[in-house]
Design a protein around this ligand. Structure first.
Ligand SMILES: [Zn+2]
Ligand SMILES: [Zn+2]
Length: 349
């Protein structure tokens, strides 16, 4: 292990500094992980641009992170079989363990929760140390760059468990970015009849590869009639909105069948002045929120990728070394229509 760890510190919005610090040591109950790959997502981008509310700078970003266990502190047991050399993915939802939500096993709702890579320093560096309960073993057969998608898959899984999708149901997925494509795939695996909607042709091609029965190049507002047609006039049992915004919310409610469920999966701060509770009453629509992931979502998500049930090819659009983190964010910001995932490689120079 090296004596120092290089970190890409975001000192202020749009200002990365590369800093060398002493390498961490595993305290009792902790492990040190040599970081391999960190995928950048929209949360990171909004912190980079200064648009994420309540973030304190300087911050070390990175929460979709994989690496290799370097050393283990005293008394650390972890989620199973953790030893030096083990490939791991990090569950970035840092929870207190003693509030009412944590006691119910709903760590994602922890009253004192933080995100690894926002409230605590994340993985845009070479080495991190953290309690072993946040580490989940990965099989060597999955590349550490591809495996970063498992964190996102676990958040998608968490939302779908809450939606309770059943075989034979019709599911509309609005938007086919990374989360939209993973929603499409998981709904297909649940046996649903999936209608994937996007305005980007190559993303629809990927949605077809994920197994979507229908792919529509159309805006959400214009998709209502088409969804009704494809569902024999009934409307969809489930709509998952990964695009977000007021117009999509209203269209989502309109395209649901009576008794339908809506996941407003994309976080939107846009005020929806058209919304009334009437359709919730009249059609008995359920709006089902979901936040991040529960630790129990990690192992099944790892298994899905390891078993090849999620085809991860094509998700990583570009890879940058840690030393060029700023360029990675520039590309992500400039080309949102061309990028699915950008990965920061902490092992490259
Ligand atoms: Zn993320
Ligand atoms: Zn808690």
């Amino acid at each position: 292990m090296k004596q120092s760890t290089r970190a890409a510190v975001l000192a202020a919005p749009r200002r990365f500094n590369l800093v060398d610090r002493p390498a961490p040591v595993a305290a009792a109950g902790e492990a040190v992980v040599r970081i391999s790959s960190t995928a950048v997502c929209h949360t990171d981008l909004s912190i980079f641009t200064g648009d994420h509310p309540g973030v304190k700078y300087p911050v070390v970003l990175g929460h979709e992170s994989t690496g290799i266990v370097e050393s283990i502190g005293d008394g650390a047991t972890g989620g199973g079989n953790l030893k030096a050399g083990q490939h791991v993915i990090i569950n970035p939802i840092i929870s207190c363990g003693h509030c009412d939500s944590c006691k119910r096993g709903e760590q994602q709702l922890c009253r004192n929760a933080g995100l690894f890579g926002r409230e605590v320093e994340g993985s845009m560096c070479e080495y991190v140390h953290l309690p072993t309960r946040y580490l989940h073993a990965l099989p060597d057969s999955v590349s550490l760059a591809d495996a970063t998608i498992i964190e996102t898959l676990a958040t998608v899984r968490h939302a779908q468990i809450r939606l309770g999708i059943k075989a034979g149901e019709s599911v509309v997925v609005l938007g086919q970015g990374t989360t939209g494509l993973l929603h499409t795939r998981l709904a297909v695996l649940a046996g649903a009849n999936v209608i994937a909607i996007s305005r980007t042709k190559w993303k629809l091609d990927m949605a077809a590869r994920m197994g979507a029965q229908h792919v529509l190049d159309i805006s959400a507002e214009k998709a209502v009639d088409e969804v009704l047609r494809l569902t024999d006039g009934c409307g969809a049992d489930v709509v998952i909105d990964t695009a977000g915004g007021a117009a999509t919310l209203m269209a989502s409610i309109e395209m649901l069948c009576p008794g339908g469920r809506l996941s407003p999966y994309a976080v939107s701060h846009e005020c929806c002045t058209q919304f009334t509770t009437f359709p919730l009453y009249y059609k008995e629509i359920s709006i089902i929120g979901s936040r991040a992931l529960n630790p129990t979502d990690m192992a099944p998500s790892i298994d899905l990728v390891a078993a090849g049930k999620i085809d991860v090819a094509g998700f990583v659009s570009a890879t940058y070394p840690l030393t060029r983190a700023a360029e990675a964010f520039d590309e992500y910001e400039r080309n949102p229509g061309k990028v699915l995932r950008i990965v920061i490689d902490s092992t490259a120079n």
